[in-house]
Design a protein around this ligand. Structure first.
Ligand code: ADP
Ligand code: MG
Length: 242
C-alpha cells in the first residue's frame, strides 16, 4: 500500500484551475522531489496533501485513510504529516524548546517532560543543542529552519512535506539544512520535497516529478529526468535552471 496516493486531483481558485488532474503515489521511505516553474501548482499540490488547501476534486489517501472524506479527522491527519515551509514560521515569542514542545503537549501525545526530552534529542540531531533556550530572532535563517524541521519531527510524523525549505536562506546556510534533510532521508523518512536545489534532487531523491501548469509532465529517476528528459517543457525548464 502506498504511503500517499493522489488520484485525479483538481484544484481551482475561483475559476483558475491550478491542478489539472494529478496522479501520484509515494511509497514508504521514498523521497520524491518536485520541480517545476514558479506558479505551476507545486505548493498547492503539497498543501492539498495535508488539507491546508481543500481539493476541488479527486481523492487523496494517506496511510490508507481517505483524507478527502468529509468525515476524516483533520487533526489526526495533520499530526501524521510534518510540513516545513520556505518561511520558517517559528513562534517569535517562544524559545526554541517551547517552539518544539508546544504541539505534542497541546495534542496530548506527550507529557511536558517527554516533550522536553524529545526536543533535546531532536536539537542534537539537527546540531542545535546549545540553542535550546534561544529565541528565534537570535538565530540565523539556517538555524531557524533546522529548528522548524525539529519542530515538525516532534510530532513523530510518518511523512514530511518540504516546500522550498532553502529558498529563503542565504547561500551559505543552504547546505546545513539540506544535510539535515539528507540524514532524514537516509533514516527512511517518506519525504515529498518541492525544491529548486537540483543537486539535492539529483543526489537524494528516488524519483523526480516535473510539474508544469498543474500537470505532471514528466517523472522518473533523477538520472532519467536530469540526464535524459523527454518532454520539451522539462528540457526547457532544466536549461533555465541548470
Ligand atoms: P508554485 O508553488 O508552483 O509556485 P502555487 O501552487 O503556489 O505554485 O500556485 C499556483 C497558482 O495558484 C498560481 O497561479 C497562484 O497564483 C495560484 N494560487 C495559489 N494559492 C492561491 C490562493 N490561496 N488563492 C488564489 N490563487 C492561488
Ligand atoms: Mg510554491
Amino acid at each position: 500500500m502506498p504511503k500517499v496516493q493522489i488520484k485525479n486531483l483538481h484544484k481551482y481558485f475561483e475559476k483558475n484551475e491550478v491542478l489539472k488532474g494529478i496522479d501520484l503515489e509515494v511509497n514508504e521511505g521514498e523521497v520524491v522531489c518536485v520541480i517545476g516553474p514558479s506558479g505551476s501548482g507545486k505548493s498547492t499540490m503539497l498543501r492539498c496533501i495535508n488539507l491546508l488547501e481543500v481539493p476541488t476534486d479527486g481523492e487523496i489517501t494517506v496511510d490508507g485513510f481517505k483524507i478527502t472524506d468529509k468525515k476524516a479527522d483533520l487533526n489526526k491527519i495533520r499530526r501524521n504529516i510534518g510540513m516545513v515551509f520556505q518561511q520558517f514560521n517559528l513562534f517569535p515569542h517562544l524559545t526554541v524548546e517551547q517552539n518544539i514542545t508546544m504541539a505534542p503537549v497541546d495534542a496530548k501525545i506527550m507529557t511536558k517532560d517527554e516533550a522536553k526530552k524529545k526536543a533535546r534529542e531532536l536539537l542534537n540531531r539537527v546540531g542545535l543543542a546549545e540553542k535550546i533556550d534561544a529565541y528565534p530572532q537570535s538565530l540565523s535563517g539556517g538555524q531557524q529552519q533546522r529548528v522548524a524541521i525539529a519542530r515538525a519531527l516532534a510530532m513523530k510524523p510518518d511523512i514530511m512535506l518540504f516546500d522550498e525549505p532553502t529558498s529563503a536562506l542565504d547561500p551559505e546556510m543552504v547546505g546545513e539544512v539540506l544535510s539535515v534533510m539528507k540524514e532524514l532521508a537516509a533514516e527512511g523518512m517518506t519525504m515529498i520535497v518541492v525544491t529548486h536545489e537540483m543537486g539535492f534532487a539529483r543526489e537524494v531523491s528516488d524519483r523526480v516529478i516535473f510539474i508544469d501548469e498543474g500537470i505532471i509532465m514528466e517523472q522518473g529517476t533523477p538520472e532519467e529526468v536530469f540526464e535524459n528528459p523527454q518532454n520539451p517543457r522539462t528540457i526547457d525548464f532544466l536549461n533555465k535552471v541548470l
